[in-house]
Design a protein around this ligand. Structure first.
Ligand code: GLN
Length: 484
């Protein structure tokens, strides 16, 4: 196996043993990028030079603590000082932030080797990465299929072994859904666990940064790195961050796993259901108690999300007006025209749709009927989870109703695209943590098993996921892409 195909913890062992250097890892990843990137198209920006400098500096110091010296990349909505941060939008095509997001600063402090910025749906709105204003990314398992979205570049880059791990953001499923489609491990932490400072806001009450990794151990390592209170984010929570690797124990005897039946209803592919059923039988074999349960308000989560998320987006995206930063139409005759034409040119169709939806839902006369109502529904969805977690340690459901779909298959059908997040959106509304792990395969395509936990119980999720990983062989399977 090439170095780029290994996990962060395997590489870390080799670094510590002085068998390899950070530069070796970077070289291997760069070679892989040269082989497969024209097919996968995961990167918006490559930062080879600065990655080389960091790798050289780590090797000189020879101190490989944490994730030092491991090659990784970032979704392009995380602000990087001096490196453009586009959100895959024409609006920010040439935007170079003057500061680093808190998670980026943490990675730099640890001397992570950041190889670049990854493609996404414009402003993180979408489920296929087809909404990127630049180009679509392909799924490494089948280049004619989408990698999922909106963190499609992050999932594809990890699945294709172009980088060892990546960061993404998840507002309604954007880490877990692409992780499921690309056969990698994706974690959306509890709302407030990770600072959002420097993450370009989509829907602030739902957005959370998380990881895309090749296995569960790497997920724990990245969570260790990015978690924690930050005074720059008033919604980050000042709670102790455990060492998440302590939860990597292959034992779930006596664990109570709830399986909400609403996640297996109409629209879920029978083959996906079967894979999840088998995964649950495995958990039972391993000594867990698996029981059907109900989250009765599940069906209202998607409609509530498509009021709340666009409402917040319409407000967050008001800042892109051609005045402050980003694109400006310099030909407009007056300022009102300048606002309008800048936004008309800078935003793609899905972003415009969200802004219109959100502005409508917030307008006077409709505010109570739509926005306020949606907030009440959100509370009911959250209470479903509270009740379930009084009984269960984790909940287990499919991450997505289907395996990765074909490029263009849903791009003209907005509602069917929205439906692909039906199993991930309730989790964001409730603010709880969840992880997607490869749970099996259908016709050679990965299926995601989603494990949902109590607030701040990422450790419990990791333990269940780790036990499953250690007792199955789905994690670590590689797509037949390029030279394997
Ligand atoms: N697909 C969902 C949406 O389009 C979720 C996106 C996300 O999590 N960023 O809003």
């Amino acid at each position: 196996m090439e170095l780029c195909q290994l996990t962060a913890h395997e590489l870390k062992d080799k670094l510590v043993q002085k068998e390899i250097t950070a530069t070796d890892i970077l070289d291997s990843c760069l070679q892989r990028v040269a082989q497969v990137e024209t097919q996968v198209k995961a990167f918006v920006t490559l930062t080879e030079e600065s990655a080389r400098e960091t790798a050289r500096a780590v090797d000189e110091k020879g101190d490989y603590r944490g994730l030092a010296g491991i090659t990784c990349a970032l979704k392009d909505n995380l602000c990087t000082k001096g490196i453009r941060t586009t959100c895959s939008s024409r609006m920010l095509e040439n935007f170079v932030p003057p500061y680093d997001a808190t998670v980026v600063r943490k990675m730099k402090d640890e001397q992570a080797v950041i190889l670049g910025k990854l493609n996404m749906d414009e402003f993180a709105m979408g489920s296929s990465t087809e909404n990127s204003a630049f180009f679509p990314t392909s799924n490494p398992w089948d280049l004619e299929r989408v990698p999922g979205g909106s963190s499609g570049g992050s999932a594809a880059a990890v699945a294709a072994d172009e980088v060892i791990y990546a960061l993404g953001s998840d507002t309604g499923g954007s880490i877990r859904q692409p992780a499921a489609f690309c056969g990698v491990v994706g974690m959306k932490p509890t709302y407030g666990r990770v600072s959002r400072y420097g993450l370009v806001a989509f829907a602030s009450s739902l957005d959370q940064i998380g990881s895309l990794t090749k296995d569960v151990t790497d997920c724990a390592l990245v969570l260790n790195l990015i978690s924690g209170y930050d005074k720059m984010d008033s919604t980050s929570v000042n709670a102790e961050v455990p060492d998440y690797t302590r939860f990597l124990v292959p034992d779930i005897k006596g664990f109570k796993i709830g399986v909400p039946r609403e996640y297996f209803q109409a629209g879920v592919d029978e083959r996906v259901k079967e894979v999840i059923k088998q995964a649950l039988l495995k958990m039972e074999d391993l000594g867990a108690m698996v029981e059907e349960t109900s989250l009765p308000h599940t069906e209202y989560a998607l409609p509530a999300y498509y009021i709340i998320a666009p409402a917040e987006a319409s407000s967050n995206l008001a800042r892109f007006d051609g005045v402050r930063y980003g694109l400006r139409d310099t030909e407009a005759e007056n300022i009102i025209e300048m606002f309008a034409s800048t936004r008309a040119r800078g935003f793609g169709p899905e972003v415009k749709r969200r802004i219109m939806l959100g502005t409508y839902a917030l307008s006077s006369g409709y505010y109570d009927a739509y926005y306020l109502k949606a907030l009440k529904v959100r509370r009911l969805v959250k209470e479903d989870f509270d009740r379930a977690f009084a009984r269960y340690d984790v909940l287990a459901v499919p991450t997505t109703p289907t395996v990765a779909f074909k490029i263009h298959e849903k791009s003209d059908n907005v509602l069917s695209m929205y439906m692909s997040d039906i199993a991930t959106i309730p989790i964001n509304l409730a603010g709880v943590p969840a992880l997607s792990i490869p749970g099996g395969f259908v016709d050679g395509l990965p299926v995601g098993l989603q494990l949902i936990g109590k607030p701040f119980a990422e450790g419990t999720i990791l333990r269940v996921a780790y036990t499953f990983e250690q007792n199955t062989d789905y994690v670590g399977r590689k797509p037949k892409l390029g030279v394997n």
